[in-house]
Design a protein around this ligand. Structure first.
Ligand code: TYD
Length: 141
């Protein structure tokens, strides 16, 4: 599948508000366009550290700033864009074939990730030059 940073969109999630606080519900195939097989979260990120620095061949993800804020740099080998996440009721859809880096974490930030597949190291591309070759092959098809 060809994919570009423009396929990575911000999805508004629901928010049920009452005086005791808020709740946001994410349901697979309902408000995210995939079945959720795995959830993980990044936390206790030391100041100045970056995460990510890889792409996935098949994995779809929804990234949510469950607490605090951070930036997601998206790169499809041609175009780049930076998305700031800072609200728990919005998620960033990251489609397959996108290099991503997570950076500028605020103190106490939590990055909640909903993923379409179980963990599989073979789905990762961790070398940027390998990623560029992978994208060139996809774009020729
Ligand atoms: P990685 O995806 O590289 O982290 P990030 O993108 O946040 O920088 O994963 C970090 C480590 O955790 C790596 O050794 C793989 C392991 N890991 C799992 O075992 N299962 C998982 O579901 C994830 C996301 C990571």
């Amino acid at each position: 599948m060809k994919s570009s940073v423009y396929d990575c969109v911000i999805l508004p999630l629901n928010k049920i508000h009452n005086r005791a606080g808020n709740i946001t519900i994410v349901e697979g195939q309902a408000n995210v366009p995939f079945e959720v097989k795995r959830i993980y979260y990044l936390y206790d990120i030391p100041g100045g550290e970056n995460r990510g620095g890889h792409a996935h061949k098949e994995l779809q993800q929804l990234i949510v700033a469950a607490s605090g804020s951070f930036d997601v740099l998206l790169d499809d080998g041609i175009n780049k864009k930076v998305v700031t996440l800072n609200r728990p009721d919005y998620g960033l859809m990251v489609v397959p074939g996108i290099w991503r880096e997570l950076m500028e974490f605020s103190s106490g930030a939590i990055s909640l990730v909903l993923a379409s597949l179980y963990y599989d190291e073979a789905d990762y591309i961790r070398d940027y030059n390998v990623f560029l070759k992978f994208k060139r092959r996809k774009n020729e098809k």
